[in-house]
Design a protein around this ligand. Structure first.
Ligand SMILES: [Zn+2]
Length: 317
């Protein structure tokens, strides 16, 4: 039976998981990203990590899918901008790993794997859907006309880099004024340290959701998301990420604020807002499912069977 290896590369941890053709998952592993990315040859380090994982399994692996938090070329062969491992910039990472491992290797933005996981939980795949995953940064996945949209060069969906007026803050992307500098988990941690140093970050919304600064944060978030809804008119908006999973995060308020900015009659009356079922393992689970979708597309023109679906989204703590 065919197996697929999904790899989710985050700034802090790299997660790996194997899935068989029947979508049964096994052998979840998590290692600190710096254990390979901090080496003088990060690509060699990643190759060794994957090779060791593959040696530890007797299952025949048909393909590997990497998820990366950066900008990839439109064909997803080359990393263009990966701020936390700049040594990989402009490297044909998937192709090089494929040659070294002797296996097909593909890659995509990590948020597309979260989104693919969430989309495959739906009863029917929508034509148009948008995912917003607010964690350390402002992740955005665009599912347009039954496929992920990457833009003309691979730079689509960079919603966190919409410029805000009168915002002088420097963004990790190199620009100033990006919405992400004021609307992300990073901003929340910095704000909490400065204004409520006695509160642990996990209790921020439990204790201070009514603070005017956090209310303004909610408005910024809602306006940014609503802008994209008014451009794309999706059937589904999937909201997720570590910030939205925080205790006391006012999800109902966020939905009300987003809807207050939607154009009528559409997208206002056609939009379903769903909460992501994403958990710690979802990035690599979604990568496994994406590998199955990708490598089956490559090897067969037969229709792709979709994973077992559930009618409703779950919110996992
Ligand atoms: Zn930026």
């Amino acid at each position: 039976m065919a197996h697929f290896l999904g790899v989710d590369i985050g700034g802090t941890n790299t997660r790996l998981m194997l899935m068989n053709d029947q979508q049964v998952f096994q052998n979840y592993q998590k290692v600190p990203t710096h254990s390979w990315a901090g080496l003088t040859d990060p690509l060699g380090g990643l190759e060794q990590l994957l090779a060791a994982y593959l040696q530890g399994t007797s299952a025949p692996v048909s393909g590997v899918m990497l998820g990366l938090p950066g900008i990839l070329s439109r064909d997803r062969h080359t990393v263009l901008s990966l701020p936390f491992i700049p040594a990989l910039d402009n490297q044909p990472v998937a192709q090089q790993l494929s040659v070294r491992l002797g296996l097909p290797v593909c890659m995509d933005k990590d948020v597309n794997h979260l989104m693919w996981w969430d989309l495959t939980r739906l009863d029917v795949l929508p034509d148009v859907a948008v995912g917003v995953y607010l964690g350390t940064g402002f992740g955005n996945s665009l599912w347009l006309n039954h496929d992920f949209y990457h833009g003309a060069h691979g730079g689509a969906g960079e919603i966190g880099h919409i410029p805000l007026k009168d915002n002088p803050l420097l963004c990790p992307c190199g620009k100033t004024g990006c919405v992400e500098t004021l609307t992300s988990g990073n901003w929340l941690s910095g704000w909490a340290k400065l204004h409520v140093p006695g509160t642990t970050i996990s209790d921020l919304f439990v204790k201070h959701a009514d603070h005017p600064d956090l209310q303004e944060f909610m408005e910024r978030l809602a306006r940014t998301i609503a802008s994209e809804m008014n451009i794309l008119d999706p059937q589904y908006l999937v909201l997720g990420g570590g910030v939205l999973a925080m205790a006391g995060f006012p999800l109902g308020q966020l939905e009300r604020l987003i809807r207050a900015h939607l154009r009528s009659p559409y997208p206002a009356s056609g939009l379903t807002i769903a909460i992501s079922g994403v958990s710690d393992e979802t990035g690599c689970r979604g990568a496994c499912l994406a590998a199955q979708r990708r490598f089956r597309q490559d090897s067969s023109s037969q229709s792709i069977s979709q994973p077992a679906r559930h009618l409703a989204f779950r919110r996992e703590a």
